[in-house]
Write a protein that binds this ligand. Structure first.
Ligand code: XUL
Ligand code: CO
Length: 444
């Protein structure tokens, strides 16, 4: 496999080479301290476990603007030129970044890669042209696509929803975009296809028929699934839950809501969940909780790895640096046997005040190190601390005898009552929460 670090005619990150593993004693900000791609942990390399992906949107499209201020980050691929030329520069910069960082995957929305045209046909042509270039760049660099998606929230036509818009004409435009984005994903060998429904929800209940909107969402997803399979997409369709923002309430509120929706509308054979850490916290859950709900249902697809800010109630999309949180996530993932077609996509952006080109590398390096270290600690905890065995032992009363008969559905309520009468008052058994919490710190 050839690995050239820039494939266009210009180098966008001069002075930054391939990011190397230098170990925890290194003081080089542009080196990995813990992520050693080829190192074997629990029978697989770190690269195979973690399957890191860089996202196109925050990294190459966003420029630091917030609701109170204009762009702060003027990067060399943002020169004001004709839109398709700008798209090509952005793609050259993106592939240079991906390969220098050494993350094997990337993710994109249709509109990150190619500008919207004057009409459906022109938008399709723009995307097809950029996908052809991305195909060449993937072949030249060895990069792979973790997932593709369509941006069904940015354009004004989607202000009242995309698949759940009360106006059918808008639904058809959303369908046109998903059709083209699915074709792009197949052409680029994407392993998953994501639906994140930022506008699939409501601003006011008083003007919204939620039941019809959710039925329409399910119809839309069935149609997308059928089309994807018809053009040879064999990967996993993913729904990314988020409780709110930009809608006041989103139908894909959290993992359990999505799991119930998929089962209710007969979609659970083709769709799984893409859990985003900061969306979990916005829903009032922990990142690990959302992962656990998905693995319990056999429906964990992939992860958007980032973090929020404990003082802010919005989606800050920061790079993950909290080791304790990452360890709890890796404990759930390891217990489930790791990713199938999913991976850890950094749906994260450097801060508005981080205006140096190298900051983009530093943000990704730190997050990759966080998950690499979390993987090692979680594996050690599972192997040596006794947490796995102790959690299992807590349920030992269901492993045999009447407890096992109950779990198999063999005891009715009266039989259970009689057993209570016979056994007398149960002993109070400690949950040992403090012990579990302390043991994590011990292994850090
Ligand atoms: C928005 C978000 C999206 C999805 C893809 O909060 O997470 O970037 O990941 O549309
Ligand atoms: Co996301």
């Amino acid at each position: 496999m050839t690995h050239s670090y820039f494939t266009g005619d210009r180098e966008y990150f001069p002075g930054i080479g391939k990011i190397a593993f230098e170990g925890r004693e290194s003081d080089n900000p542009l080196a990995f301290k813990f992520y050693d791609a080829g190192k074997v942990v629990a029978g697989k390399t770190m690269a195979e476990h973690l399957r890191f992906a860089v996202c196109y949107w925050h990294t190459f499209c966003a420029k630091g603007a917030d609701p109170f201020g204009v762009d702060t980050q003027m990067f060399p691929w943002d020169e004001p030129v004709e839109e398709m030329r700008a798209a090509r520069s952005r793609m050259d910069a993106a592939f240079e970044f991906f390969t220098k960082l050494g993350a094997p995957y990337y993710c994109f929305h249709d509109r990150d890669m190619a500008p919207e045209g004057e009409n459906v046909a022109e938008s399709e042509r723009n995307l097809a042209a950029m996908v052809a270039l991305a195909r060449e760049r993937q072949d030249a660099t060895g990069m792979k696509l973790l997932w593709g998606t369509a941006n069904l929230f940015g354009h004004p036509r989607y202000m009242n929803g995309a698949a759940t818009n009360p106006d059918f004409a808008v639904v058809t435009h959303a369908a046109a975009q998903v059709k083209a984005a699915l074709e792009a994903t197949v052409e680029l060998g994407g392993e998953n296809y994501v639906f994140w429904g930022g506008r699939e929800g409501y601003a006011a209940l008083i003007n919204t028929d939620t039941r019809r909107e959710m039925d329409h969402l399910a119809r839309f997803l069935h149609a997308a699934r059928d089309y994807g399979r018809s053009i040879g997409f064999q990967g996993t369709f993913l729904i990314e839950p988020k409780p709110m923002e930009p809608s006041k309430h989103q139908y894909d509120f959290d993992a359990q809501t999505v799991i119930g929706f998929l089962r209710h509308y007969d979609l659970a054979d083709d769709f799984k969940v893409n859990v985003e850490a900061n969306h979990a916290t916005l829903a009032g859950h922990s990142f690990a909780h959302e992962l656990q709900m998905c693995t319990d249902a056999g429906l964990l697809g992939s992860i958007d790895a980032n973090r929020g800010d404990p003082q802010n109630g919005w989606d800050t999309d920061q790079f993950a640096t909290d080791l304790y949180d990452a360890i709890q996530a890796m404990l759930v993932l390891l217990a489930d046997g790791g990713f199938g077609s999913g991976g850890l996509n950094f749906d994260a952006k450097v801060r508005r005040e981080s205006v140096d080109l190298e900051d983009i590398f530093i943000g990704h390096i730190g997050a990759m190190d966080t998950f690499a270290r979390a993987l090692e600690v979680a594996h050690a905890l599972r192997e040596r601390s006794g947490i796995v065995e102790r959690k299992q032992a807590r349920y030992a009363s269901f492993d045999s005898g009447d407890g096992a008969r109950f779990a198999r559905g063999e005891l009715d309520l009266s039989a259970l009552r009689d057993l209570a009468l016979d056994s007398g008052e149960p002993e109070t058994l400690s949950g040992k929460q403090e012990w579990y919490e302390n043991v994590i710190n011990q292994y850090l």
